[in-house]
Design a protein around this ligand. Structure first.
Ligand code: ATP
Length: 360
C-alpha cells in the first residue's frame, strides 16, 4: 500500500462552500475505485474562519499546509470582508510562503456546452509570483504608489529566476502532450528589458527540450488569435498579468469561468488546486455554481501528485475522473445552467460520481 496522500480542504467563501465539497466528493469516489489512499484534513479559512477563529487565515493553517502533499483552495471573497482586524486576504501570504510560481490553467472545449469552437485543448502557464501584480512583486509595501495626488506609479518586476522556472514548468508540460508545442507570449516590442528578459530565459530553457517546437506571439496578437484560431495553440507560457487576462479570455471560448480550472505548483513538491474564477457572490447559496473548474483543478492536483510521488492509484483516479467528466458533461441534466444544463451543482456532482462508479 502506498503512503496516503495528505490533502487539505479549504472551502473558501461564497460558492466555495458548494463547489469544494463537490470536488472532494468526486475525488473520494475515484479514490475508492482505484484504491488511492487520501488523508483529508479540513482547515479553517475565509469568512467562516473569521467567525469561528477570529481570523480569515487563522494561526496554524499556514503551518498545517506546509506539511501536506496538496490542498484544494476554494475561491476567496476577500473584497467583501468586513474592515476588522483578522479579516485579511490569504492569497498573497499563501503565494509567497509556499512559492507557488507556476499557475497551470487548461482550456478545453466539450461538445454541447456553448463553446465557441470545437477541439480547443490548450494550457496557459502563467507566472504567478512577480510581474505587474502590486501585491506580489515586492517583499514589503506595494508595487504601486502615488508620489503626488496626480501621479501613480506601478512597478513590474521580471527576474531571470522567475522567468526560467516558469518556462521550465511549461516546457515539461509541453513535452508530455501529443503536439509538443510551446508558444511564448510577451510584448518585447515595448517592454524591451522586462519581456526581453522573459523571452531570453524561455529560449535558454528551450535548449533543454529539443523535441518541443517553440514560437513567439506578441500579447495583443495573441488576444486576437485566441478568438480566431484557438485550436492552433498547445501550451502557452507568459508573464503574470498577460496570463491573468488571457486565461479569462480562453475561459470565455469554452463556456465561461465555471470551465476554468487551475493548478499552482512551485519549487517544493506541494500542489494547490485553485479554480481561476472568484467566489461569485451573485450566485452563492443558490446551488447553481458550476463545480467543473474546482473538480478539474483537484483532478489535476491528484494527477500531478501521482506522477510526482509515483503513485499509480492516483494517476488512475485522475484518468477515471477525466473520463467521468466527459460522460457527465454530455448530458444536460448533469450540467449547471451556465453551460446550457438543466441541472444544478448537486445534479452535476452526482452525474460525475455516477459515471465514476459505472466506468469499468
Ligand atoms: P475575482 O476578482 O475574485 O477573480 P471576479 O470579479 O472575476 O472575481 P467571479 O467571482 O469570478 O468574479 O464571477 C464573475 C462572474 O462569473 C459572475 O457573474 C459569476 O456568477 C460567474 N461565475 C464565476 N464562477 C462561476 C461558477 N463556478 N459557476 C457559475 N458561474 C460562475
Amino acid at each position: 500500500m502506498h503512503k496516503p496522500l495528505v490533502i487539505g480542504i479549504l472551502n473558501g467563501d461564497d460558492i466555495g462552500l458548494e463547489i469544494v465539497p463537490a470536488a472532494v466528493e468526486v475525488i473520494r469516489a475515484a479514490a475508492e475505485h482505484t484504491g488511492l489512499h487520501i488523508d483529508w484534513r479540513a482547515l479553517p479559512i475565509g469568512r467562516t474562519a473569521l467567525e469561528t477563529h477570529g481570523s480569515t487565515f487563522p494561526d496554524g493553517t499556514m503551518e498545517a499546509l506546509s506539511e501536506m502533499d496538496g490542498f484544494i483552495l476554494g475561491p476567496i471573497g476577500h473584497q467583501a470582508y468586513p474592515k476588522v482586524p483578522g479579516a485579511i486576504n490569504p492569497h498573497p501570504i499563501l503565494r509567497k510562503r509556499l512559492n507557488l510560481f507556476a499557475n497551470i490553467r487548461p482550456t478545453r472545449s466539450y461538445p454541447g456546452l456553448g463553446a465557441l469552437y470545437e477541439n480547443i485543448d490548450l494550457v496557459i502557464v502563467r507566472e504567478n509570483n512577480e510581474g505587474f501584480q502590486p501585491d506580489r512583486n515586492v517583499v514589503a509595501g506595494s508595487g504601486e504608489f502615488r508620489p503626488t495626488e496626480d501621479v501613480t506609479i506601478s512597478v513590474r518586476v521580471i527576474t531571470r529566476i522567475g522567468s526560467s522556472r516558469v518556462a521550465r514548468a511549461a516546457f515539461e508540460i509541453a513535452q508530455q502532450r501529443p503536439r509538443k508545442r510551446l508558444t511564448i507570449v510577451h510584448k518585447n516590442t515595448v517592454f524591451k528589458l522586462g519581456c526581453g528578459m522573459f523571452v531570453e530565459e524561455c529560449l535558454r530553457i528551450a535548449k533543454e527540450f529539443p523535441d518541443v517546437t517553440v514560437d513567439e506571439v506578441i500579447v495583443d496578437t495573441m488576444a486576437m488569435r485566441l478568438v480566431r484560431d484557438p485550436q492552433t495553440f498547445d501550451v502557452i507560457v507568459t508573464t503574470n498579468m498577460f496570463g491573468d487576462i488571457l486565461t479569462d479570455e480562453a475561459a470565455g471560448l469554452v463556456g465561461g469561468l465555471g470551465m476554468a480550472p487551475g493548478l499552482c505548483i512551485g519549487e517544493g513538491s506541494l500542489a494547490m488546486a485553485q479554480a481561476t474564477h472568484g467566489s461569485a457572490p451573485d450566485i452563492a447559496g443558490k446551488g447553481i455554481a458550476n463545480p467543473f473548474a474546482m473538480i478539474e483543478s483537484a483532478r489535476m492536483m491528484i494527477e500531478w501528485l501521482g506522477h510526482n510521488r509515483k503513485i499509480d492509484e492516483a494517476i488512475r483516479a485522475a484518468a477515471l475522473i477525466e473520463a467521468a467528466l466527459t460522460t457527465a458533461l454530455a448530458s444536460p441534466s448533469s450540467r449547471t445552467p451556465d453551460i446550457r444544463g438543466t441541472g444544478d451543482t448537486a445534479d452535476m456532482t452526482r452525474g460525475i460520481v455516477r459515471a465514476i462508479q459505472t466506468i469499468p
